[in-house]
Design a protein around this ligand. Structure first.
Ligand SMILES: Cc1ncc(COP(=O)(O)O)c(C=O)c1O
Length: 395
């Protein structure tokens, strides 16, 4: 596994410099600062692709796959065209289809449930843990039926789901587990990296993700040789060799140019993960300290995210729980502080997926309370203090 501190130094020098700057409007996610740091490498890598001209499945794709598999600590990485396609390719490799059931969470981005439904399968929603917002493993067993073909937990906001418990239940029923790690690339659970915690791990390199490209791409990870072969075939029309198609597949390849860009970005990634952890923890400390009365008691109006002691979240989102979200968002906006809601409507309430389901009251309640704050690896302490200060004043 790659060392986390490989590029240490580059980022910390930069952060000292950033502290002296003043800004009028705050970025929810800052992609420009990172680009300035690695522009030469990005230009160089793009130039290489333009020179060799192998725009489809060029050598950069295999190079990136090798580095990412090593980072995650698994045998195989299969680069694909998006996180959405990673989920689709993974389920197709497992043979999931019409009438099958896939257990998942309703408190996620649409793609999780959408890809299950696209295959003609049925998303069976299980409610979440109110502290972590991830699927509650104690509620999975009763949702399993003879038609259950997979469990698909989402590692939401960058914190891994409860994989030991989930894998145990899945093992008892001989069901594969697909991690939707689209928000958690770089996170770890009990010292193992996200995307290497189950049968297949899927992630997204959408620009705003912890490891984001300059366009769409994603990846599937597995230790299983047969599944890896199937996923490699599925991403290119089910082809095992040129114009031979033993299975139905897709056009779900990762672009060579995206791989070349991600290779340049990946050099900074371990340092950025460390910065994300530090910045997330700093937000929580600022919020907790500011909500402590002089008598020492805590008056919590803004509830920081709860991270399990054995988890290292990459804080794809830094998401707090609040009581008066809409008014607070408006007030913050007027103060140039952008916020977002991930997600305002749980999947079982989406018109496209409306289903008669189990009790999903926690997901419903949380969808009314969660609010994400500006978060990225280049966020400076002064800005964090300003966000927390305004948040509590405007509440
Ligand atoms: C939990 C989750 N699953 C799936 C996806 C889909 O990823 P992509 O946008 O790369 O298709 C996302 C992206 O936002 C996500 O957050």
């Amino acid at each position: 596994m790659q060392q986390l501190d490989k590029t240490e130094g580059k980022l910390s020098c930069h952060l000292k410099f950033k502290l002296k700057e003043t800004k009028e409007t705050m970025d929810f996610i800052d992609l420009k600062t990172q680009q300035k740091l690695i522009k030469n490498n990005i230009d160089h890598n793009i130039g290489t692709v333009l020179s060799h001209g192998k725009y489809i499945m060029g050598p950069e794709v295999a190079q990136l796959e090798e580095q990412l598999a090593d980072y995650v600590g698994v045998k195989h990485c299969i680069g694909v065209s998006s996180g959405t396609d990673a989920l689709l390719v993974a389920m197709m490799a497992l043979g999931i289809g019409h009438g099958d059931e896939v257990i998942t969470t309703p408190f996620t981005f649409i793609a999780t449930g959408e890809m299950i439904a696209l295959l003609g399968a049925i998303p069976v929603f299980v409610d979440i843990d109110p502290r972590t917002y991830n699927i509650d493993p104690t509620k999975i067993a009763t949702a399993i039926s003879p038609r259950t073909k997979a469990i698909m937990p989402v590692s939401l906001y960058g914190q891994c789901a409860e994989f030991d418990a989930i894998n145990t239940i899945a093992g008892q029923h001989n069901i594969p587990v697909i991690e939707d790690g689209c928000q958690s690339f770089g996170a770890s659970y009990k010292d193992q990296r996200s995307c290497g915690l189950s049968t297949i791990g899927c992630t997204s390199f959408f620009p705003s993700k912890p490891l984001g490209g300059y366009g769409d791409s994603g990846a599937c990870f597995t230790n299983d040789d047969e599944l890896a072969k199937a996923m490699r075939e599925i991403r290119v029309h089910g082809q095992d060799r040129r114009y031979h198609h033993p299975r139905i597949g897709l056009n779900a390849r990762m672009d060579t140019l995206q791989a070349a860009i991600l290779l340049a970005k990946f050099e900074l990634f371990p340092d950025e993960v460390a910065a994300r952890v530090r910045i997330g923890e700093q937000y929580t400390k600022l919020l907790n300290d500011a909500q402590q009365s002089t008598a020492g008691e805590t008056i919590t109006k803004i509830e920081p995210p709860y991270i399990e002691s054995y988890n290292a979240s990459v804080f794809a989102q830094y998401t707090v729980k609040v009581g008066n979200r809409s008014a607070l968002q408006d007030a913050l906006k007027q103060n140039n502080i952008p916020t977002a809601v991930h997600y305002p409507v749980p999947l079982h309430r989406q018109p496209a997926l409306k289903l008669v389901t189990n009790n999903l009251s926690i997901s419903e309640k949380m969808s009314e309370k969660v609010m994400s704050l500006p978060m990225h690896p280049y966020l400076v302490l002064e800005d964090q203090k300003m966000v927390v200060d305004k948040l509590l004043k405007l509440y």
